[in-house]
Design a protein around this ligand. Structure first.
Ligand code: ATP
Ligand code: MG
Length: 427
């Protein structure tokens, strides 16, 4: 490496970003709220690795999906294995269920997970290469009531995070029995307008014409608007399931729009597909996408276990959420001299163990400088430990929010700080 490249600043990889402490506060609230709500519905966290064998996604996400054909971060490791940074979570959960025989546990099984996903997408607002998802999955429940319950749960979370003006789009994408005939009709329709489709969709027309509905190119969208709709092709079972799903949504009072062109970007969906969109995010308007995948576990060589789930994009969620972060109250300890410094360290240690945030800084400062520093960093309290205070065993505590000053022993002052903290939390 020459000196020039040595000096060059290293920046984050395109499509990834740092979440700095101030912003991370919002992430913490969103994540904690999601965990709290999911646990209320009986979901438990399942943490799978970030890296998985490439074939997991080729098989699970689907060889003809955009994710697998264009978006995967795949590399060969030192042992010559093809590894992929997970682009979505569902295949990992399915793998884990089979690997640990979780299907032997009482069903339905309910899991959630929050973490990073990786896709070689075109970076832009609401679209990143490392992004984050809040993901839930349910296994072993065929009843359409659960399809509606997960939509209701997604709305519960969105409401709690102050997300307004969302629209829920629903569809049924049929099953193995009814989709082939629809695929055939679609293929014919796509062939008829082939010259108006983008090269990508021309290919899709042969392999998986359903995917054309997912294309964002305007001419493809126009062409797709003339295609036959799945609704006409659903078998009796899928039709009934879809009707019942919608009647449960009505029961919950969830407004939705039926969108027969909603097919979702993954290959494995059966029956229910849904998306929650917002008007605020432009082209990247989907906050949450989900659906049923009744054949996936079996196709992976596992038991015949149906599944359904959704994934919410955290970046998109946060860009429309209205979150208030908790006020952080902390004590700045101002000391003078070496002996007082040690006393400060001991006091900070004790108060932290009792749940109070304390800051002791090591720059030699006079009292005035201590106070201006405490002010600058927004301390709520300044605890003063000087020689005088040491000698008497009585310290001064100043409430920086109203300048009120207290004198007392260590225990007395700690009590005041804790008491005030409690009052603030309850207002
Ligand atoms: P899109 O059509 O916007 O590409 P998708 O259908 O590929 O979305 P899903 O696979 O359903 O997305 O993922 C679920 C959610 O994850 C999306 O609704 C979105 O909120 C979020 N998401 C997907 N890809 C990205 C990305 N590259 N950057 C940020 N968020 C993303
Ligand atoms: Mg996508």
């Amino acid at each position: 490496m020459n000196e020039e490249t040595n000096k060059k600043e290293i920046s984050a990889i395109k499509g990834t970003k740092d979440i700095l402490p101030q912003e991370a506060r919002y992430w913490q609230v969103a994540e904690a709220t999601a965990r709290q709500i999911f646990e209320l519905y009986g979901y438990r966290e399942l943490r799978a690795p970030v890296i998985e064998p490439t074939e997991l996604f080729e098989k699970g996400t689907g060889a003809s999906s955009d994710i697998v054909t264009k978006e995967m971060y795949t590399f060969v490791d030192k042992g010559g294995r093809s590894i992929t940074l997970r682009p979505e979570y569902t295949p990992s959960v399915v793998r884990a269920i089979i690997e640990h025989r979780l299907d032997l546990q009482p069903q339905p099984l309910r899991f959630y997970y929050i973490g990073p996903m990786f896709r070689y997408d075109k970076p832009q607002k609401g679209r990143y290469r490392q992004f984050h998802q809040i993901d839930i999955e349910v296994f072993g429940e065929k009843d359409p009531a659960v399809d509606a319950e997960i939509v209701e749960m997604a709305h519960h979370l969105l409401k709690k995070l102050g997300v307004e003006k969302v629209e829920t789009l629903v569809n049924s994408v049929g099953c193995k029995k009814c989709r082939p005939a629809y695929g055939q009709a679609l293929r014919q329709a796509a062939r008829a307008v082939k010259d108006r489709l983008c090269p990508d969709c021309q290919r899709k027309a042969e392999i998986n014409p359903l995917r054309i509905f997912d294309c964002k190119v305007e001419t493809c969208r126009e062409a797709a608007a003339t295609f036959p709709l799945i609704t006409e092709y659903l078998c009796e079972e899928c039709r009934t399931h879809f009707e019942q799903f919608r009647s449960y949504l009505d029961f919950y009072g969830i407004n939705y729009r039926i969108d027969p062109t909603l097919v979702r970007g993954l290959d494995y969906y059966t029956k229910t597909a849904f998306e929650i969109v917002t008007e605020h995010l432009g082209a990247q308007n989907a906050i949450c996408g989900g659906g049923r995948y009744d054949d996936m576990v079996k196709e992976f060589g596992g038991p015949d276990l149906c599944g359904i789930g959704f994934a919410m994009g955290v970046e998109r969620l946060l860009s429309v959420a209205r979150i208030t972060t908790p006020k952080e109250s902390f004590v700045y300890i101002a000391y003078l001299g070496e002996e007082a410094k040690k006393k400060s360290l001991a006091t900070a240690r004790e108060w932290r163990q009792k749940g109070v945030e304390c800051l002791v800084e090591f720059k030699d400062r006079n009292m005035k400088a201590h106070f201006s520093r405490a002010n600058k960093i927004g301390a709520d309290w300044v605890l003063i430990i000087g020689e005088n205070e040491l000698a008497r065993g009585l310290f001064q505590l100043k409430d920086m929010n109203n300048s009120q000053q207290y004198e007392g022993t260590n225990e007395e002052l700690l009590k005041i700080v804790k008491q005030k903290g409690k009052q603030d939390a309850s207002t």
